[in-house]
Every structure is written in structure tokens, then in C-alpha cells.
Design a protein around this ligand. Structure first.
Ligand code: FNR
Length: 355
């Protein structure tokens, strides 16, 4: 049977909440500390107003963008989130199928509960996959994970740099959420020699030298995920990375960090068009996507909405989510007088509106 219609992204969360084990629901929903950054990611969009242009015609909207020499049908990617099999028995396979149907990119988490090879083989048409890496102190193992991602057909490496240590998440501590249920593992952490699944290590020694090492270790485009400071964006360009993703990890790492969209303009200015700037955090509406693009992002990522869609309705839910965001963005662009993403410019955003 077809799933019921979907009117707004936020409805998926309520539906998912009813289905999920409360401990897993808290894991997906939660953030670090007082969850200030988590809340700010969404509320920051209230502070921007879209100044529309009228009488620009243009008919059908063209949402396509170019990224790393490929054309994506819309400027929305699926950001990496851990443990999809806690949300739905089909886990990452269901997500990949929905993303394959939408033609966009799924960034597969290093903490996926399905091996990257199985995610790659799941979808027809195949999903475009990028692989998210937490660089491990064991360089040999890190290189072996990259080789697996390359062999599975991943088209970019997303290196998460905002996690030199785990964010302290009170909800998980209170709930005693430590282990995955039996049969559920971080399959991308399986050791090629021993077959054992390693724990993901958050490495506080991570520095730019390691980015240089990664640059020499793979020919895949490298995206640094978790850039907020414009000086780091400049360093990223200098170190030859291919894109930066402005993100605070959905408020799960440094509580008190700015909302992603508030950090975006300075990063865009620092990068000065030399590499693409992406953003994730708090995107729940087509108008949020529009605002982020007008502020200079080439594309946005969505994290929790995918998890909620998966938990609520499985693969059809993730399809509906991507369809809804595409339709909302097309409508918002039409109302704002933009035919294609490149028509969205900085002057169309009035910022720091009192809310
Ligand atoms: C994440 N995020 C994340 N990031 C990453 O680089 N590797 C990971 O394994 C995970 N895992 C993860 C799990 C869960 C449950 C959440 C909510 C988030 C962060 C994610 O990629 C993204 O930055 C945020 O989720 C974006 O914010 P929104 O869309 O959730 O508001």
C-alpha cells in the first residue's frame, strides 16, 4: 500500500517517534550539552527573510547543479548518519534505494550498519555514493577503508573534522546507550585481516598533516565536513581539498557552536568561489534550502529528516521526503523569481531579522 501523503518534513519526526525505541529515538534526535546548537540550527532560519524578484518568467524550474564534474538533479544530499538499521530493518539499503530513485547523493557513514559494498549494490538505479570517514589513528586501516570505498564506487570522500573527541550527549548517557543490538554492527570497521569489527576512534591528534596524507592516499575528491571558521575554510583551500561542508554535526559535537547557516556567509566569503561550499544542519523546508543557496552554498545536506523518514515509512518514506523537498524548493524558487540555483543571490536574503 502507498504510504499516506506527506505534507511537511516535520510530520515524519512525530511518526518516527511513535515507532522507535525511546533510547534509539533519543540517539537520533539528541545533541551535545544543553542542545543550544541543535536548536539554533533550525531557529536560525527564522532570522533570514527572502526578498523575492517578480515578473521574471522562466516557466519550469531547473534544480540541477554541478558538483565534481557530475550533474545532480537537485541541490540536496543525504548527510551521513550512523546506524540506519536502528531506524528500519532494511537500514542503509532502504536509504540507498530511495536516494538512487531521486538521483542524488547519499553520503554513507563510516558508522553505517550495512557494509559499503552492500549499500553500493542495493539500488537500481544505483545511488551516487560518497563515503564519510573518521580518520583513524591506524593509518593502514584508514587506507584500507578508503580502498573499500573506492572499490565500491564511492565518488567522494567526506572527512569529518569536527569530532576529535565524541560530543557529550546527555540523553545517551542517561539512557545508557552504549552498544548496538546483537547482529547490528559498524560493518565498515571490519578489520580486513582479523574479520573483527573495530571501534571507531575519535582522534584528538588529527591535524592538517593528516589531510595532506589523505590527499596523497586517494584521488577521490575530498570534502571537509564540519568547517565553521573562515580561517579553516581558507586552510582547506590551501591544502587542496575539493569542497567544504559547513556543519556543526547537527549540534552533536561542540554545544555553543553557531548555527550552520549563521556560519555560512563568512565561510563563503573566505573561500571566494575557489571550491564549492556545502551546508548541513536544520534544513527542514524548501525555503531553508533556498536561503542556504542564496547565502552561497552549492548544495545542502539533510541528516535527521532522513532518519525519521526511514523509521516512519522505510524506503518509500525517504523517497517522499526527497520528493517533498524538491517540490518545496521548486515552488520557493518560483515564488522568489529564480529559475535555477545560480539565480539565487546574496541580495535576496535580508538577515538578522528580529524574531
Ligand atoms: C549524524 N551526523 C554524522 N556525521 C558524520 O560525519 N558521521 C556520522 O556517522 C554521523 N552520524 C550522525 C547520526 C545522527 C543520528 C545524526 C542526527 C547526525 C551528522 C550529520 O551528518 C549532519 O551533520 C547533521 O545531522 C545535519 O543536521 P540535521 O539535518 O540533522 O539538522
Amino acid at each position: 500500500a502507498d504510504p499516506p501523503p506527506l505534507y511537511r518534513v516535520d510530520d515524519l519526526e512525530a511518526e518516527a517517534r511513535r515507532r522507535l525505541d525511546p533510547v534509539h529515538r533519543d540517539f537520533f534526535a539528541g545533541g551535545a550539552g544543553d542542545e543550544r546548537t541543535l536548536r539554533a540550527n533550525e531557529t536560525a532560519f527564522d532570522g533570514y527573510r527572502i526578498l523575492p524578484r517578480v515578473l521574471r518568467g522562466g516557466g519550469e524550474r531547473d534544480l540541477r547543479i554541478e558538483l565534481f564534474g557530475e550533474t545532480l538533479p537537485m541541490p540536496v544530499l543525504v548527510s551521513p548518519t550512523a546506524f540506519h538499521r536502528l531506524a528500519h530493518p532494511q537500514g542503509e539499503v532502504a536509504t540507498a534505494r530511495a536516494v538512487g530513485a531521486a538521483g542524488t547523493v547519499m553520503v554513507v557513514s563510516m558508522a553505517a550498519t550495512t557494509p559499503i559494498e552492500a549499500v553500493a549494490g542495493a539500488a537500481d538505479p544505483p545511488a551516487r555514493l560518497w563515503f564519510q570517514l573518521y580518520p583513524q589513528p591506524d593509518l593502514g586501516f584508514t587506507a584500507s577503508v578508503i580502498r573499500r570505498a573506492e572499490a565500491a564506487g564511492c565518488r567522494a570522500l567526506v572527512v569529518t573534522v569536527d569530532s576529535p573527541v565524541f560530543g557529550r550527549r546527555d540523553r545517551d548517557l542517561r539512557n545508557g546507550f552504549l552498544d548496538l543490538p546483537p547482529g547490528c554492527r559498524c560493518e565498515n570497521m571490519r578489520d580486513p585481516e582479523s574479520g573483527r569489527v573495530r571501534d571507531i576512534v575519535m582522534d584528538a591528534t588529527l591535524d592538517w598533516a593528516r589531510i595532506e596524507w589523505l590527499r596523497e592516499t586517494t584521488r577521490l575528491p575530498i570534502v571537509l565536513k564540519g568547517i565553521l571558521h573562515p580561517a579553516d575554510a581558507r586552510l582547506a583551500v590551501e591544502h587542496g581539498v575539493d569542497a567544504v561542508l559547513v556543519s556543526n554535526h547537527g549540534g552533536r559535537q561542540l554545544d555553543g557552536a553557531p548555527a550552520s547557516v549563521d556560519a555560512l556567509p563568512a565561510v563563503v566569503a573566505a573561500v571566494g568561489g575557489r571550491i564549492p561550499v556545502l551546508l548541513d544542519g536544520g534544513i527542514r523546508r524548501g525555503t531553508d534550502i533556498l536561503a542556504a543557496l542564496a547565502l552561497g552554498a552549492v548544495a545542502v545536506g539533510i541528516g535527521r529528516p532522513v532518519v525519521w523518514a526511514l523509521a516512519a515509512r522505510g524506503e518509500p518514506g525517504v523517497r517522499q521526503l526527497l520528493d517533498l523537498l524538491r517540490a518545496e524548493l521548486a515552488r520557493a524558487m518560483t515564488l522568489a523569481g529564480a529559475v535555477r540555483p545560480a539565480d539565487l543571490t546574496r541580495e535576496m536574503i535580508l538577515d538578522r531579522v528580529p524574531v
